[in-house]
Design a protein around this ligand. Structure first.
Ligand code: IMP
Ligand code: MG
Length: 185
């Protein structure tokens, strides 16, 4: 499955998926991103906050390409409503265990869609006293943005399709696929 290439149709969980970004393309882009990001952050001082659950696979792959960071913790947010659209109301399900005040935070998120979740998490971490919060996402759907969101880096800009794989789910399924795909039926 790592070898799945853009355009291929793959069946999983009873659905047909059209591969949008193949596994090798993801690996290549992660190498580039790490090279881009390395000089932008003092990684040895960085407090990396990973947004559960979608960013887990991206974070694991990106962080191992970067210099050692100071510490890693997790947050989880939920925008109310199931399905494929964000309702616009975000709430915090899990906060970091470690203190945030005075820390230089890098927030890793799966996708900037409307941007509401990442900006909610950024504002939350700032309200807990973070010195600064820089946001990195694996995917970016700029056409759907509803709030301004500065990204320090992003892996891939994509269109308006709902995508799964590489951490992203539909109804909690498809997260572990090693590529990004569009659900086609
Ligand atoms: P937001 O609209 O930027 O707040 O995105 C909220 C969350 O919805 C993201 O962190 C993802 O977990 C999820 N999401 C947004 N777009 C997609 C998609 O295309 N596929 C799967 N999940 C998505
Ligand atoms: Mg989700």
């Amino acid at each position: 499955m790592e070898r799945a290439q853009a355009g291929e149709i793959i069946a999983a969980h009873g659905a047909d998926l059209r591969v949008l970004i193949g596994g090798h393309d993801i690996e290549r882009r992660l190498d580039e991103m790490a090279a881009e990001l390395e000089p932008l952050v003092d990684w040895r001082e960085a407090f990396v906050v990973v947004a559960l659950k979608g960013a887990v696979i991206f974070a694991a792959d990106l962080l191992r390409r970067l210099p050692p960071v100071d510490s890693v913790d997790f947050v989880q947010a939920r925008s109310y409503g199931a399905g494929t659209t964000s309702s616009g109301h975000v709430r915090l399900l899990r906060d970091t265990e470690l203190p945030v005040d005075g820390r230089s935070v890098v927030l890793l998120d799966d996708i900037a869609d409307t941007g509401l979740t990442s900006s909610f998490l950024r504002d939350h971490l700032l309200s807990r006293g973070a010195d600064g919060v820089r946001v990195v996402t694996m995917l970016d759907k700029p056409a759907r943005r509803r709030v301004p969101l500065d990204l320090l880096a992003t892996g891939f800009e994509i269109g308006d399709d709902f995508v799964v794989g590489y951490g992203l789910d539909y109804g909690e399924r498809f997260r572990t696929l090693p590529f990004v795909a569009v659900l086609t039926g």
